[in-house]
Design a protein around this ligand. Structure first.
Ligand SMILES: [Fe+2]
Length: 465
């Protein structure tokens, strides 16, 4: 019996296979981009089933039709080596098979069991967290992170992975402590930077968010396109909330869009950033057309609802009306054929939200407000992080305001203000709404606070420069 670098047993593996698996583990957890090296090893491997299984997981995580086809091919190769596979490798094969079949509830269940039985298997935890993330299951995200950390306290990646689970469960203080512990152990841990960014974003610590991410950004050059564009995306979100939208748009052009335009994760970072800039009143010019040109092959994919909604909105904003109509029909079919575990996500969340986003893009705000309002209680199940999903809440609020549904808009704005009292745009929107409702004193007070905050941020920026 051979063992890998984490002390995990492999049924049949030579030194080359062990080296390839250890390399992949480090590269995946560190969000590196040298995956081609591993894929070459996977092509050559003939004995160790886990090598092609990991190749399958890697391509499946690309969220593309080609990735799925390739994943099937790698899994079939792994099957030919299965007779010598250890129980852990067999669990990996079963989880991968379930993923390809669309039974991601089963994949998640298997990964949770793997983490319980072999908690040194960091990649079993990483993929388990990915499945949990794609279903918006924050508790599972945390359970996996805690189990990993218990068994790998010397491993900074385990601290960062647990931090993200804590953050998504809204345990911000613990999350930030865990993420900062990871960074103390190893400064080059982009996932830990990311967890800190989420904590600061949730708290509305905008100036600190910019300073923190800028101070870590020199370490992202070797990151894969997802992590690179996503951490810059987080920085852009802070800038938007600080009213520094010119800089956010510049980040779109220089960092967020253009690294790997074919990749789903790059695409949604770009879409979400353009949408947020527009909601903030920024003219983004012709940028939608370029993004949308990479999406027309995705109308019928339906890997993760959260991705689909963003593709659809970009197509709508680019004026690709026939693609939007086709995708809406396809999403309805997807919801009809949803398995019980995913019905809420597709039927109750995604379909009304998709129609609501299409209505918003057309300027039909009353219809958008109605449909997005219907989808909102189910939105956690569509996947993504709280910060990513907040985009849909922002659309809902915008539609309510534009449709003149003032009472509903006011409730949301007041809740936003309580949660993040540091955002001038929220205070300005509140001031406008109070004025519309004839509440002059409150309107003046909110406008005054907005101006004070905005001035404070301009001064901070001046001081930093
Ligand atoms: Fe994030």
């Amino acid at each position: 019996m051979t063992r890998d670098g984490q002390g995990l047993e492999l049924g049949s593996a030579d030194a080359t296979a062990v080296e390839a698996l250890d390399f992949l583990c480090e590269e995946w957890l560190g969000f590196g981009k040298r995956f081609a090296q591993f894929m070459e090893a996977a092509e050559r491997e003939e004995r160790c089933a886990l090598v092609p299984v990991m190749a399958a997981n890697l391509v499946l995580s690309m969220n593309s039709a080609e990735g799925r086809a390739l994943g099937q091919r790698y899994l079939a190769r792994a099957r030919t080596m299965e007779k010598d596979a250890s129980p852990r490798e067999q669990a990996w094969i079963a989880a991968t098979e379930a993923w390809i079949a669309g039974d991601t509830d089963k994949s998640l269940e298997i990964h949770e069991k793997m983490v319980a039985e072999w908690p040194r298997d960091m990649l079993a935890g990483k993929l388990g967290q990915l499945h949990a993330f794609n279903r918006g299951d924050a508790k599972a995200l945390l359970r996996i992170g805690e189990r990993l950390l218990e068994a790998n306290r010397e491993n900074h990646y385990a601290w960062g992975m647990c931090a993200f689970g804590l953050e998504e469960c809204n345990r911000l203080d613990e999350a930030e402590q865990h993420a900062r512990q990871a960074i103390t152990m190893e400064r080059r841990d982009p996932w830990a930077h990311h967890a800190v960014a989420h904590c600061l974003e949730q708290r509305g610590a905008l100036v600190e968010g910019v300073a923190f991410l800028e101070s870590m950004s020199d370490t992202w050059e070797d990151c894969n396109s997802f992590m690179y564009t996503h951490n810059w995306w987080h920085l852009a979100l802070f800038l938007i909330d600080l009213d520094r939208t010119d800089e956010a748009l510049e980040l779109f052009d220089k960092r967020v869009w253009g690294v790997s335009k074919e990749f789903s994760e790059d695409q949604i970072n770009a879409i979400s950033l353009l949408a947020r800039l527009e909601l903030h009143g920024v003219d983004v010019g012709a940028r939608w057309a370029d993004v949308a040109s990479y999406l027309t092959g995705r109308l019928h994919e339906h890997f993760v609802p959260f991705l689909d909604l963003q593709y659809l909105y970009a197509l709508a904003r680019a004026g690709e009306q026939s693609a939007v109509t086709e995708m809406l029909a396809s999403l309805e079919d997807r919801a009809e054929s949803a398995k019980p575990f995913e019905r809420e996500a597709w039927a109750d969340g995604t379909v009304p939200a998709a129609h609501g986003l299409a209505a918003h893009a057309k300027g039909d705000h009353a219809e958008s407000a109605r449909l997005l309002g219907q989808a909102m209680p189910h939105l956690q199940t569509i996947g993504g992080s709280a910060a990513q999903r907040s985009l849909f809440g922002a659309f809902h609020l915008d539609a309510l305001v534009r449709a003149g549904w003032n009472d509903a808009a006011l409730k949301i704005l007041q809740a936003n203000e309580r949660e993040r009292p540091t955002v001038p745009a929220t205070k300005r929107a509140l001031a406008d709404l109070y004025a519309k409702l004839g509440r002059t004193e409150q309107a003046m007070e909110a406008a005054h606070q907005a101006e004070q905050l905005a001035r404070q941020y301009r001064t901070t920026k001046g001081a930093a420069a």
